[in-house]
Design a protein around this ligand. Structure first.
Ligand code: FPP
Length: 244
């Protein structure tokens, strides 16, 4: 965790890595008599707003769960609409990420995404290589167990080819995850009222602080994020130890 001094946080601790499960878009739309896809559209705009806010207050990494390996089960019109929104978001990000000083990485099985999205992801990866700074990780076609299994498969392959150290440690294993090189989330936020992990960052959230709220994702404002961070600051993180 890093301590950042700026006008907003006045020397208070800012979580270095925040993870968010984007939930509640459908209900947000339904309550307004709108199609579910309208909720996803507002949800994706909200992601942009929250990401820039995280950057401004000194968070280093924001990881969001946008589309799980299970979300393909949704009606095909809804899946198509989400893919279209992701495409639109990535397209706009390509034009603005340099100005916004924002790096991006996608966690998940990119090969299962529509070709246009794969190309956009490749472009954002290319731009991200050019500088250091705030990084947004978008989980697409992502599942926590699948991530661990593919990491194990890749390690086994490297081992068989003599490219990996036979002494497998947690640290070495972490290098095979999508999150390689990124510190674990300090704070995991789930809006939308459910209190479960839903196969998100299973390995990485071993010691994360969890924050649940009934606020639906499209309504999750920067004030709501401030609230979550304030609660996080009250928590006593012992990592299995005892307090000094
Ligand atoms: C959860 O709400 C949301 C999703 C499964 C899709 C999230 C996708 C976006 C916000 C679009 C693009 C994202 C980015 C990062 C640009 P839900 O449909 O499960 O809501 P419900 O529980 O109320 O039905």
């Amino acid at each position: 965790m890093s301590v950042k001094m700026n006008h907003h946080t006045a020397g208070e601790i800012v979580p270095r890595h925040i993870a968010i499960i984007l939930d509640g878009n459908g209900r947000w739309a339904k309550r307004r008599g709108l199609p579910r896809t309208a909720g996803h559209a507002v949800g994706s705009e909200n992601f942009r707003k929250i990401a820039l806010y995280c950057r401004d207050i000194g968070v280093d990494y924001l990881t969001v769960y946008a589309f799980s390996t299970e979300n393909w089960k949704r009606p095909s019109d809804e899946v198509k609409a989400i893919m279209r929104l992701l495409g639109k978001y990535l397209h706009e990000a390509i034009d603005t990420m340099e100005r916004d000083k924002m790096k991006m990485r996608v966690f998940g099985d990119v090969t299962g995404l529509p070709k246009e999205l794969q190309d956009l992801v490749a472009q954002t990866n290319e731009i991200s290589k050019r500088y250091e700074g705030f990084q947004a990780n978008i989980c697409l076609n992502y599942g926590g167990r699948a991530e661990i299994v593919q990491a194990a498969q890749r390690y086994a392959r490297d081992l068989a080819e003599g490219k990996a150290d036979p002494e497998l440690t947690e640290e070495l294993f972490s290098d095979y995850l999508y999150s390689s090189g990124i510190p674990d989330p300090d704070l995991l936020i789930r809006p939308g009222g459910e209190q479960r992990i839903s196969n998100f960052l299973l390995w990485q959230c071993a010691y994360s602080e969890f924050y649940f709220t009934d606020v639906l994702w499209p309504d999750f404002s920067t004030d709501e994020l401030d609230k979550a961070i304030a609660v996080f600051r009250q928590r006593d993180r012992r990592y299995g130890g005892v307090k000094a």
